[in-house]
Design a protein around this ligand. Structure first.
Ligand SMILES: Nc1nc2c(ncn2[C@@H]2O[C@H](COP(=O)(O)OP(=O)(O)OP(=O)(O)O)[C@@H](O)[C@H]2O)c(=O)[nH]1
Ligand SMILES: [Mg+2]
Length: 703
């Protein structure tokens, strides 16, 4: 392969709704670029891009796969991203390493949620976009509807470059108003005739060309003057204006294709190559690469896919990981088109490649020239939306499962695994249920482990609502040294002003605070501890032991074993023994007195509440709302945005398990949502009764 410098490299990510035809288009681009001489299909499971077992099984892309083609003296690196929201991590890699996007649309579906999401990302990551309307050969393809919906979605950025002469089975070509030609196709191998525009399309073509000229004149003052003077622009001027408009993201040009029938794909490649921006990099600077993906592949082992961010990378080069100082030799480097890996000697800044069996080869890692200190920004993935608990079917596999999960999440950083000490569960999070099911498949098939996925426990909290007192005497006489400690304490909710007057044993009693400790608990909320002991009934030295006993008990609240919070404890009396009083005795006495007082102080279970924000097409607003209410959600204010409703609600976490899946089926996959922890609130009485009964039953089981 020729060595390419940045000015001859274009990096393009394929975006768009799932099934819009990105992988099929990538395949056809490879065919047109003569990288392959036969096209595979999704149905035959033999495309270059979807080569992973899981992708073949699901007949959809799950990872972003790089391919390339050499065309018009340039190298185009194409990243075929997954369209499904469940596998959106791959698209995020694309935003990080590509300077351009092609938004693929399905003319049989119009503007889909996936299309809208892609448009949003393009805005956010400032990607110049070319829109390819695909599936025009499809039975249900409708150009007018698609065009209409696109105009709506793109607003003033909409710019028609091509329109089809027919759709559906008759789709065999289109009019291009930039070249003013009619391109007609004879077969599905891209064989093209370049013809004059037929008379019946002449007016429409003229009209679209005029709109094009008017639009591009806006992007350059000189062009605008010329247009005012002469009423038109030359081909060259149109291209100058158009290229500027695309680069500045002032227009999204719309082209026509069928990736499946190889209609318009070569023209799309040509157009994109002319319009796309080159990477802005310095090949003379110290070498540095950024790994945006890694994967274990048949016969190769671990493959790390990278973009050269700076300098020149050669086979045999020594680099280092700037984060841990590890040295790494790139013994061989490859240009990649899916499974096809061609060894090369040199890859210059801006180019894509891969290396195998690197020690520091994980996604989101920089390798750079030793001592250069170069460290490139990481990919910022979206927060996971689906949580579940995971365990091995057989206990002995737990360790192997831990290793498998570690491997999977290092390859796919949108898979998040954490052990919750509080819940005593391993929590697996991802972008959606399908994403998690894909993880399950890998654990079963690649690691040979059987697992169970289930609803994670809810991190409840416990607190009290009333004042209560209790006393406990711990006494133990066993042969020689005995143990003795007695504690009298009072508890009340840690809210409002600090009280010191309470009825104790039927008598209004004034407590004198000698010392205090206010503790911010690691699990949220407070413990306030007041020593009010009079007349040296308990030595000051035993106070830490009493506090320790109380804290121990707060780790496992008496109602459901959840953390307790927001409690004031006043130790006001007790007893010692001159010989047998020791720390352990006061730990036990403090713990038990606290437990007893807690039980009679109107204990309450608190549950975590989340702020949920759902964006849904307005037609589903009612369904989404009533579903949120069924989840004990309290609806907040309602917003709207171009046909979409934005619903906000406070919803208990306990009701949010599998919410992404349910929302998706309620809205035919057209809504998206975010959730964020808000605060803790008391659970309703009936739920409290049930939680206490469940806990009591599980405690019995454990005995
Ligand atoms: N009729 C028709 N079908 C197409 C065309 N392009 C793709 N398809 C079909 O549409 C389906 C989805 O195509 P893919 O290429 O997998 O779509 P994708 O955008 O990569 O989908 P994800 O990987 O899920 O994001 C397959 O069955 C293709 O054969 C096209 O131009 N015309
Ligand atoms: Mg795909």
């Amino acid at each position: 392969m020729k060595e390419y410098s940045a000015q001859d490299i274009r990096n393009v990510v394929l975006l768009g709704a799932t099934k819009s035809g990105k992988t099929t288009l990538a395949e056809t681009m490879l065919f047109e670029g003569k990288v392959i001489d036969r096209r595979g299909t999704i149905e035959d499971k033999n495309t270059v891009s979807d080569f992973d077992d899981l992708e073949k099984l699901n007949q959809r892309s799950i990872y972003a796969t790089p391919v390339y083609a050499e065309f018009l003296g340039k190298k185009i690196n194409i990243l075929d991203a997954p369209g499904s929201d469940d596998f959106i991590g791959g698209a995020y890699a694309g935003f990080r390493v590509c300077e351009n996007g092609i938004l693929v649309m399905n003319a049989q579906q119009g503007v889909e949620v996936g299309t809208r999401n892609a448009l949003r990302y393009a805005e956010q990551y400032k990607l110049p976009l070319v829109v390819a309307v695909n599936h025009l050969d499809g039975e249900k393809a409708d150009w007018d509807l698609t065009q209409h919906a696109l105009k709506d979605a793109l607003g003033s950025k909409y710019l028609e470059i091509q329109f089809p002469t027919a759709t559906g089975a008759e789709f065999n070509g289109f009019i291009d108003v930039l070249t003013m030609k009619y391109y007609r196709f004879k077969d599905d191998k891209g064989t093209r005739e370049d013809l004059e525009i037929p008379a019946e399309f002449a007016d429409r073509a003229e009209e679209a060309r005029m709109a094009l000229i008017e639009k591009v004149a806006e992007f350059d003052d000189e062009l605008m003057m010329k247009f005012f003077d002469e009423g038109t622009l030359s081909d060259e001027e149109i291209i100058t204006g158009l290229t500027a408009g695309i680069k500045n993201r002032e227009v999204y040009p719309v082209l026509c294709i069928s990736g499946k029938k190889d209609i318009g794909v070569k023209r799309l490649l040509e157009f994109t190559l002319n319009a796309a921006v080159a990477p802005e990099v310095d090949e003379k600077a110290p070498a540095g690469l950024f790994i945006y993906k890694n994967n274990v592949e048949h016969h190769l082992g671990e493959v790390s896919y990278f973009k050269v961010m700076s300098g020149t990378v050669t086979a045999g080069l020594d680099l280092e990981n700037p984060e841990n100082g590890d040295k790494e030799r790139l013994s061989a480097i490859y240009a990649v088109a899916g499974t096809k890996k061609e060894p090369v000697q040199v890859l210059k800044a801006g180019d894509f490649g891969c290396a195998v069996k690197l020690k520091n080869g994980k996604s989101n890692t920089t390798l750079s020239a030793i001592g250069s200190g170069l460290n490139f920004d990481k990919i910022q993935y979206p927060a996971p939306k689906y949580r579940c608990a995971i365990k091995a079917k057989v206990q002995q596999d737990e360790q192997k499962l831990g290793e498998a999960l570690k491997k999977i999440s290092s390859q796919d950083p949108t898979v998040v695994v954490e052990y919750s000490k509080e819940l005593r569960q391993t929590i697996l999070s991802g972008n959606g249920e399908q994403h998690i099911n894909a993880v399950k498949w890998r654990i079963n098939n690649e690691f040979g482990l059987e697992i169970e996925l289930f609803a994670p426990k809810v991190p409840y909290r416990e607190t009290i609502t009333k004042v209560a007192t209790a006393q406990y005497r711990h006494k133990k006489q066993s042969g020689g040294a005995g143990q003795f400690g007695e504690v009298h304490l009072l508890v009340c909710p840690a809210e409002g002003e600090l009280r010191t007057k309470f009825p104790i044993d039927g008598k209004e009693t004034q407590l004198n605070i000698k010392s205090q400790e206010i503790i911010d608990l690691e699990w949220g909320g407070k413990l306030e501890f007041y020593n009010c002991v009079v007349g040296g009934a308990i030595d000051l030295g035993f106070m830490p032991a009493i506090l320790k006993g109380i804290k121990d008990r707060m780790v496992e609240g008496p109602l459901t074993g959840s953390y307790a919070r927001d409690i004031r404890v006043y130790v006001y009396d007790g007893k010692m023994h001159p010989v047998d009083s020791k720390e352990i005795a006061f730990i036990i006495a403090g713990r038990n007195a606290f437990k007893e007082a807690f039980r009679i102080a109107g204990p309450k279970i608190l549950e975590p509440i989340y702020n949920v924000e759902v964006t849904t097409p307005a037609e589903y607003q009612g369904a989404v709302m009533s579903d949120l209410q069924n989840r004990r959600g309290i609806l907040g204010d309602l917003g709207s945005e171009e046909g979409f409703s934005i619903l906000r609600a406070r919803v208990p976490l306990a009701e949010l398990y599998r919410y992404s899946t349910v929302l998706s089926s309620l809205t035919s996959g057209s809504a998206s949502f975010t959730m964020e922890f808000a605060d803790y609130q008391p659970v309703p009485g009936d739920i409290q009764t049930k939680l206490i009964a469940d806990y009591a039953a599980s405690e019995k089981e454990d005995e």
